[in-house]
Design a protein around this ligand. Structure first.
Ligand code: ADP
Length: 452
């Protein structure tokens, strides 16, 4: 096991990693930016190192400063958390060159799964369901037109190196497809330095369902069932829950097992998530693989009892997975609400500033992952998420009731947050009946606005 881990992240996930490391008897070093000086998670680390000014590009994304902090504090591993450098294969490679373990997959595995074209090809071999589409990169427009005619419009043009929704174009006919290919290629070259694109079927109404997986360095890979993340606004997840409701055990197990085979075929170490869209007839199509721990991982921890962060640290230290597939049992239902410092009544405007009141809910089946305390000032520089409220219950109905009660108990002020929005969403017909698709929150928000 490692003796010291450097955490190249901030906020709630930094605290989450500190807690996991401590349980494993591992010391922690936290790097921080000037904007995060005095951050309440920092005094929980054994050592802290300032790595630069507030903007991420000058601190949390500075590979040179993070590596030098690890070297001077004698950390033998780096946990990247999510966001920032977590899916940067170059960073993983620099860590390896400096003989510091990157807690996550190898740069090779990250590269294979991070490229959408190679990931699709590997998924196909593993029997993981993918969208109908072009077999590989599109070289000539004619190829794309032929594929689109075969699979039927609408289609979506995607960049092989895509991320953050960039390099994607929806096309409803041949003309839009030709224009989409050109503009997606241009955008992909500008954003990723790689203009490779491919074409796949576009689904109008779909749910987002993803599978949590874990792999070790001994060729083992397991899945920890699925989560539904259909409640999104502008592709940002708001609510996640697990197991995904309304999926038969048979389909769920088949999709989850195929996801585990996929990450196994990449010799994957650590936590990975295979994201899928599920259409209205219940068929699954893989979107992409996220090669890191995800924001919504506590949902899975609550329904399986497995500490995902501890497992990823153990596996990166060379230990075999502590669980076999047959050890993973589903217990009840869990829901997570992401609480953002944003004002839903004013176009979700970010709300940086002083948090005077912060009273967390508690009790049976309630978990709050946050770095915030009364007196904390939310800096304007980073993601607006300030807390995750996770509840579990015997079934979905109990989890929803518990979430409503926990939200009512949660007091945050004077800054505005998304808490009241979550409270109303817990009563929204579409959510309650799981009669939803990834655009339902946006439609629901429009209806709510029309009411006032
Ligand atoms: P990125 O890596 O840029 O986030 P994804 O492949 O994950 O790209 O796609 C981002 C979002 O775009 C998905 O969450 C989904 O909402 C939408 N999307 C992507 N592919 C399709 C598709 N084939 N049909 C319908 N929606 C899609």
């Amino acid at each position: 096991m490692f003796s010291r881990i450097l955490i190249a992240n901030r906020g709630e996930i930094a605290l989450r990693i500190i807690r996991a490391a401590r349980e494993l008897g591992v010391e922690t070093v936290c790097v921080y930016s000037e904007a995060d000086k005095g951050g309440p998670w920092l005094d929980q680390a054994d050592e802290t190192v300032c790595i630069g000014p507030g903007p991420s590009a000058d601190s949390y994304l500075r590979i040179d400063r993070i590596i030098s902090a690890a070297e001077t504090t004698k950390a033998d591993a780096i946990h990247p958390g999510y966001g920032f450098l977590s899916e940067n294969a170059h960073f993983a490679e620099v860590c390896r060159d400096c003989q510091i373990t990157f807690i996550g997959p190898s740069p090779e595995a990250m590269g294979l799964l991070g490229d959408k074209v190679s990931c699709r090809a590997m998924a196909q071999k593993s029997g993981t369901p993918i969208f109908p589409g072009s077999p590989g990169e599109i070289e000539e427009d004619e190829e794309a037109i032929k594929v689109a005619e075969e699979i039927g419009y609408p289609v979506i043009v995607k960049a092989a190196a895509g991320g953050g929704g960039r390099g994607m174009r929806i096309a409803r006919d041949e003309e839009e497809l030709k224009a989409g290919l050109t503009s997606a290629r241009q955008e992909a070259v500008a954003a990723f330095g790689n203009g490779a694109v491919y074409v796949e079927k576009f689904l109008e109404r779909a749910r987002h369902v993803e599978v949590q997986c874990l792999g070790d360095q001994h060729g083992n890979a397991i899945h920890l069932y699925n989560r539904d993340c259909t409640s999104q606004r502008r592709h940002q997840k708001l609510i996640e829950e697990g197991p995904a409701p309304g999926v038969s055990d048979e389909v769920r197990d088949a999709v989850c097992e195929s996801a585990a085979r996929l990450i196994q075929s990449a010799n994957y170490c650590g936590a990975a998530t295979c994201e899928f869209l599920m259409d209205q007839s219940g068929d699954f199509y893989m979107l992409e693989v996220n090669t890191r721990i995800q924001v919504e991982h506590p949902v899975t921890e609550m329904i399986t009892g497995v500490d995902l962060v501890k497992e990823m640290i153990r596996c990166s230290a060379g230990e075999p997975l502590a669980y076999k597939q047959s050890d993973i049992k589903l217990i009840g239902h869990a829901i997570e609400c992401r609480i953002n410092a944003e004002d839903p009544d004013r176009g979700f405007m970010p709300q940086p500033g002083l948090v005077e009141e912060f009273r967390q809910p508690g009790g049976f089946g309630v978990r709050v992952d946050t770095h915030v305390q009364p007196g904390y000032r939310v800096p304007p520089n980073y993601d607006s998420m300030i807390a995750k409220l996770i509840v579990s219950g015997e079934d979905r109905a109990e989890a929803i009731a518990r979430m409503k009660s926990a939200i009512d108990e949660f007091k945050i002020g004077p800054i505005k947050t998304t808490l009241p929005l979550h409270r109303r969403l817990m009563d929204a017909r579409e959510f309650v009946e799981t009669d939803f698709d990834i655009h339902y929150v946006e439609r629901w928000l429009e209806q709510e606005e029309a009411k006032v």
